[in-house]
Design a protein. Structure first.
Length: 260
């Protein structure tokens, strides 16, 4: 079986660096911790390369592609993901022990001050070219996978403010558990100064999102010199802020429709 080829780290060139418990690790010297993370990173990288060679077809595996799947339940891919994570973890700890700028850790589960980064390479080590997916595919994803999807696309579109703003907005909605809908691809209505929502989207908003919408539209109308519109949005925002029993509307036109 494929996992039979994986081997545990071997050889302990630095005495005392073969830590078995976190207590032993934290009692260890700087040199012992450096040796430990060097050995573990090397083992993870060696085993990772073995599986990556299998993934790229060098040992005759059929039906394997170097794609960028958002979700993948294949056990080999999951093991590659685990090994990549372990390799990156031990490399981070090596840098921390060397520089002394951050607390280093024995295991990944203990690491609580890590800056999350979006991977820029595929499982087989080639550069990721992130592609947008259809709305149908997108709707099948969990919120966590959607957040990761938008993070990847945000990083891809460096230099394109329109698309970066869109994916950042979608990420923000998901991260804040907003009632607003999210989409897989850019939709017209986004600009550098914010999203222009439709009436249908407005009606699905939470009270907080509606307040934010009216404050944004109030500021936008005020900058344009439209006093009537700015006062109208200020009135709607005030109603929501005071939890007034009076109704709130998406736009003056929406209010006119409901009042007729």
């Amino acid at each position: 079986m494929w996992w039979d080829i994986l081997k545990m780290p071997h050889g302990v060139p630095t005495p005392g660096s073969d830590f078995k418990t976190k207590e032993a690790y934290y009692r260890g010297s700087r040199e012992q911790r450096l040796a430990y993370h060097t050995r573990m990173a090397s083992a993870a990288r060696r085993n990772l390369k073995i599986l990556q060679r299998r993934m790229t077809g060098q040992t005759g595996i059929e039906g394997v592609t170097d794609a960028d799947p958002v979700v993948d339940e294949d056990p080999i891919n999951q093991e590659i993901d685990r090994l990549q994570e372990m390799y990156r973890f031990h490399r981070r700890q090596l840098e921390r022990v060397r520089t002394g700028t951050k607390q280093d850790f024995f295991t990944l589960k203990e690491e609580n001050n890590r800056l999350q980064m979006t991977p820029q390479t595929t499982r087989t080590g080639s550069k990721i070219v992130h592609e947008e997916i259809s709305q149908e595919e997108y709707d099948k994803l969990s919120n966590k996978d959607k957040i990761n999807y938008h993070q990847r696309l945000f990083n891809k579109y460096r230099g394109n403010d329109k698309l970066r703003n869109f994916h950042q907005a979608m990420f923000s909605r998901l991260n804040k558990s907003s009632n607003l809908p999210t989409f897989s691809k850019y939709r017209e209505g986004y600009s550098k100064i914010g999203r222009e929502y439709t009436k249908e989207e407005y009606l699905q908003m939470s009270t907080q999102d509606k307040k934010s919408y009216h404050f944004t539209m109030y500021s936008r109308a005020k900058r344009k010199g439209d006093k009537n519109l700015s006062r109208w949005h200020e009135k709607m925002a005030s109603r929501l802020k005071r939890n007034s029993n009076l109704p709130n509307y998406y736009s003056p036109e929406h209010e006119a429709e409901e009042s007729s």
